[in-house]
Design a protein around this ligand. Sequence first.
Ligand code: PEP
Length: 248
Amino acid sequence: MAKLRQLVAGNWKMNGTAASLAEIDALKAGIAGATADVAICPPATLIAQAAARAAGSALMIGGQDCHPKANGAHTGDIAAEMIADAGGKLVIVGHSERRADHKEPNELVRAKAEAGWRAGLLVVLCIGETEAERKAGETNAVLSKQLAGSVPEGATAANTVIAYEPVWAIGTGLTASNDDIAAAHAHIRARLAERFGDGAKAVRILYGGSVKPSNAGEILKLDDVDGALVGGASLKAADFLAIVAAAK
Ligand code: PEP
């Protein structure tokens, strides 16, 4: 099966200060000639500066979350329009840390995805099962429910990327087995095809969960794995570039 152009996206989470912008400079230089799309989602405080530093290169900068509304009395929140205004090109929604720490339900994730589209951002929408759900044999059911509840009508390859991130593999050093990743991605592809028809074939499905230079090559070559969402290993340009080099 022909591979889609892959996307390797880094999520810095609540890490990084102005000193970390040196990593953006290193990535900008390091991705010249890369055969994959590459993005970094730094904390909101750094989006504008990172975007300015990345200008003139293929490196995309994005946000880690957005509010469904475009503006208003929502202290501490950030609108998708603000991310775009700061030079962001994409936004992560529904990350498991937001779903868990901020009790974000599927309907809210869906509204955030629509907000990202409204602002012209590429939406990276995360889904994934917990360890308990996997042990109970509920992985596919959980993924189906999250897809049905959080992916809005109108999702296309141009506006949406799905990130499959088993919760138990995020930041733990544990990765899902290649067979489990392939099975989950095939399940996601089939559910997307049911809803969106042939267009679903071009929707990129990223794997996330302790991706690092040593395992990126084998993960990125699996069927229906169209890139990676990378947390810890995106903080250092050298590690992240090694993952980008493994992508197609
Ligand atoms: C993530 O936060 O999306 C993630 C996959 O983190 P890590 O790579 O650190 O597991």
